[in-house]
Design a protein around this ligand. Structure first.
Ligand code: ASN
Length: 351
């Protein structure tokens, strides 16, 4: 446990899971590493005194098995959710330190499990390890700690490169740039301006009511992503769609929601829907949503029984589908909840 200046308010809980932010060099390249607590405290102590004074007091929880986030699974995000839910009253906000590769998946998964938040949950990481030359880690830590005590922020966010994004709208966009992430279908929620954390009015999720943490108790359902490619054949997908363990499918269509006019392929999809698999569609285009009625080839989606995922990111569509399938919902409740924004994950920004 570590802390900077005590300011009388509840502290922030910082949860370290691994990722490049805490990695060390080895003869095989960067590897996930522990002992993050002292490294974080040392790094923050190098900030100018006036910026150190602005940081909230924090408590660090460090995993004993830090991982590269390419090995993270939905079970890890369930465990994170449980920890945040259990500690919810004790902290002003939460910062999750995570590898960037699956960070947007983690943020989406947390957002659906932690509905009705009244305080911020900020997910961050870094493109370069803390302490490495030109590292973005210290800036991301400072910004995340600042955003984690921001009143009026009641959702899971990604803080990266000085920018604050809705967690279930963010996508890893750059392999190297310190911007790291983009949020193609929702504007930035806030930014660091002259080392101060600023929120933009009218962009943050204003959930109502008490926290409704939905910690799935059922085993996690299997959900797959199915991107179309030109020339895709019915037999390319039948094996997956015949697998009884697979309960949900995110189909990644062309443009505004188009599928190939291939009777065999459409037949396989229709049979999977009729057999009880839940199928939803999003676009392969990162910007904009699907509008299945625009083209005749897209109308097929609705006829088959595939639900529109509108402008959801693949991470959000997959996370939402898995989350809802893990609840005991009637088909009508499922449909209603999938088609409605639960945490601001779908629907165009009003212009
Ligand atoms: N491979 C790393 C991870 O996701 C990448 C990073 O954190 N920048 O853990």
């Amino acid at each position: 446990m570590s802390s900077t200046r005590y300011d009388g308010a509840l502290p922030v809980l910082v949860i370290y899971t691994g990722g490049t932010i805490g990695m060390r060099e080895s003869d095989r390249g960067l590897v996930a590493a522990g002992d993050f607590e002292s490294r974080m405290a040392t790094a923050l102590s190098t900030l100018p005194p006036d910026r150190q004074r602005e940081l909230p007091r924090y408590v660090l929880w460090e995993t004993t098995r830090p991982i590269d986030s390419s090995s993270a699974t939905p079970a890890d995000w369930r465990a994170l959710t449980r920890m945040i839910a259990e500690q919810y009253r004790e902290f002003a906000g939460f910062v999750v330190l995570h590898g960037t590769d699956t960070l947007a998946w983690c943020a989406s998964s947390l957002a659906f499990q932690l509905q009705g938040l009244s305080k911020p949950v900020i997910v961050t990481g870094a493109q370069k390890p803390l302490g490495a030359s030109d590292s973005d880690a210290l800036d991301n830590l400072e910004a995340s700690l600042r955003f984690a005590t921001q009143t009026g922020l009641r959702e899971v966010c990604v803080s990266f490169g000085g920018r604050l994004m809705r967690g279930c709208r963010a996508r890893k966009w750059y392999t190297e740039s310190t911007l790291g992430f983009e949020t193609p279908n929702w504007p930035l929620l806030g930014e660091m301006v002259d080392h101060a954390s600023i929120l933009y009015p009218g962009r943050c999720w204003q959930g109502q009511g008490a926290p409704r943490f939905e910690l799935g108790t059922h085993p996690l359902p299997e959900v797959i992503r199915l991107p179309l490619w030109p020339g895709i054949r019915a037999q390319d997908v039948t094996r997956w769609l015949d697998d009884d363990q697979i309960r949900g499918v995110v189909i990644e269509c062309w443009g505004s929601g188009n599928l190939p006019e291939d009777a065999a392929l459409l037949g396989v999809l229709a049979r999977a829907c009729a057999a009880g698999k839940t199928m939803v569609a999003i676009s392969q285009c990162p910007v904009g949503g699907i509008h299945p009625g625009t083209y005749a080839t897209g109308r097929t989606l609705t006829e088959i029984g595939i639900m529109s995922g509108d402008d959801m990111t693949p991470e959000a569509a997959h996370g939402k589908l898995a989350h809802l399938l893990a609840q005991d919902l009637s088909p009508d409740e499922f449909r209603q909840r999938f088609l409605t924004p639960l945490v601001g994950e779908r629907g165009a920004f009003p212009t």
